[in-house]
Design a protein around this ligand. Structure first.
Ligand SMILES: [Fe+2]
Length: 306
C-alpha cells in the first residue's frame, strides 16, 4: 500500500481540546483518537454526538490520521465484535484517514483496565496477531500500523525480544510500524538492565515499514520512568528522531501531549506555558524533518512552494 508523506503533526488529544488553538497551527497532519470520538458499542451510530462539532472544524482543515488504544485489535474477542471493526473502521472511512495506528496492547470490551498490558512476545502470538492485523488492514482499506508500547513488566511466556516479535508480525501480515520513540526511551530506562537495547531495536525492525513516529516526554516517579506525555519532549528522543529520519522515510512525525498526570498530582495546568511548550516542540520537530528531507517536503511547505 502507498501512503502520503505529510510532515509534522499533533495528536488531537481530549485533554487539549477546548483550550489549545489547534486551528491556528500550520499542522501537516492531525492524529485523531478513535476511542475518544466513537459512540458506545451499545449505542447507535459510530461517531459520538458530543464529538460531531469537535471534529467538524479540524477535519476540514487538516489531513487526519487514525489512532487507537482500545480497539481490541489484539485482544481475544472475535474480531467482528471489537470496537476496531464496529467503530474504528467506519470512522476511518468517514474521515478518509491516510492510515490507522493501533497500540500494541491487549484489550477487550472492559478496555479501561488494560492500559499498558504488554503483548506476549511469542511465536504463537506472532501467528495469531498477524492474522488479525492482516484482516483488519483489509477492512480499513488503508495501511494499518502497530505502535510499539511502553510497558512496565514483560508478559509471562515471552520468548523473543520485542523487536524480533514486531518484525515477524510485519512480515507475516503486510502491515506497518508506528514507531513511538519515547516508548523506546522509557523501555530502555526501565528494562535496560535486563537487556533492552534501542540500537538493537532500530537495527532489527524493517525501517521501510515505519509509517509514522510519536514524540513525547515523561518523568521518573518512584524509581520507574513513566510515559506520561506531560513534559517537553525528552532530549534523548530528539537524537533518536534524527537517527530514524536518516534511515527511514515515514509519512508523519506526531507530537503527543497530555496533562492528566498534572491534574492527578494536584497541580494546575498553566495553559499559556503549555501552549508555548507544545509550539516549541512542534517547531523543533519541523526543523528536524526539514533537515532530513528538505525545506519543501512537508504538506504545508509544499503548498507554500507551489
Ligand atoms: Fe505513542
Amino acid at each position: 500500500m502507498s501512503f502520503p508523506r505529510l510532515g509534522v503533526g499533533l495528536q488531537f488529544n481530549p485533554e487539549l481540546i477546548g483550550w489549545f488553538p489547534f486551528l491556528d497551527q500550520p499542522l501537516d497532519a492531525l492524529e485523531i483518537l478513535f476511542d475518544s470520538i466513537m459512540s458506545p458499542l451499545d449505542g447507535p451510530g459510530v461517531l459520538s454526538p458530543r464529538a460531531i462539532e469537535l471534529v467538524r472544524d479540524v477535519s476540514g482543515k487538516f489531513p487526519l490520521l487514525g489512532h487507537s488504544n482500545y480497539g481490541g485489535d489484539f485482544g481475544f474477542e472475535d474480531l467482528t465484535a471489537t470496537a476496531a471493526v464496529r467503530r474504528h473502521v467506519p470512522l476511518a472511512r468517514k474521515f478518509g484517514v491516510a492510515w490507522v495506528a493501533n497500540h500494541c496492547f491487549y484489550s477487550d470490551a472492559s478496555w479501561a483496565d488494560v492500559w499498558s498490558s504488554p503483548l506476549q512476545f511469542s511465536r504463537a502470538e506472532v501467528v495469531r496477531l498477524a492474522e488479525r492485523a492482516r484482516t483488519l488492514q483489509a477492512l480499513y482499506g488503508v495501511p494499518l500500523a502497530h505502535e510499539n508500547a511502553a510497558y512496565y513488566r514483560t508478559c509471562p511466556g515471552s520468548e523473543m525480544p520485542e523487536e524480533e516479535f514486531l518484525a515477524a508480525i510485519l512480515e507475516l501480515s503486510g502491515t506497518y510500524l508506528h514507531l513511538d520513540l519515547h516508548n523506546l526511551y522509557a523501555n530502555a530506562q526501565n528494562h535496560g538492565s535486563r537487556g533492552y537495547s534501542i540500537q538493537r531495536f532500530l537495527a532489527t525492525i524493517p525501517s521501510e515499514r515505519i509509517i509514522s513516529i510519536h514524540l513525547a516526554g515523561g518523568r521518573w516517579i518512584g524509581g520507574q520512568y513513566h510515559d506520561l506525555h506531560d513534559t517537553q519532549v525528552t532530549e534523548e528522543v530528539w537524537d533518536l528522531l534524527d537517527d530514524v529520519l536518516a534511515r527511514a522515510r515515514p509519512g508523519a512525525v506526531i507530537l503527543e501531549y497530555e496533562t492528566q498526570s498534572l491534574y492527578c498530582a494536584g497541580e494546575r495546568v498553566d495553559t499559556d506555558h503549555t501552549t508555548d511548550l507544545i509550539l516549541s516542540d512542534l517547531e523543533r520537530a519541523r526543523n528536524a524533518w526539514d533537515r532530513a528531507y528538505g525545506p519543501a517536503s512537508r504538506r504545508t511547505t509544499r503548498s507554500e512552494a507551489a
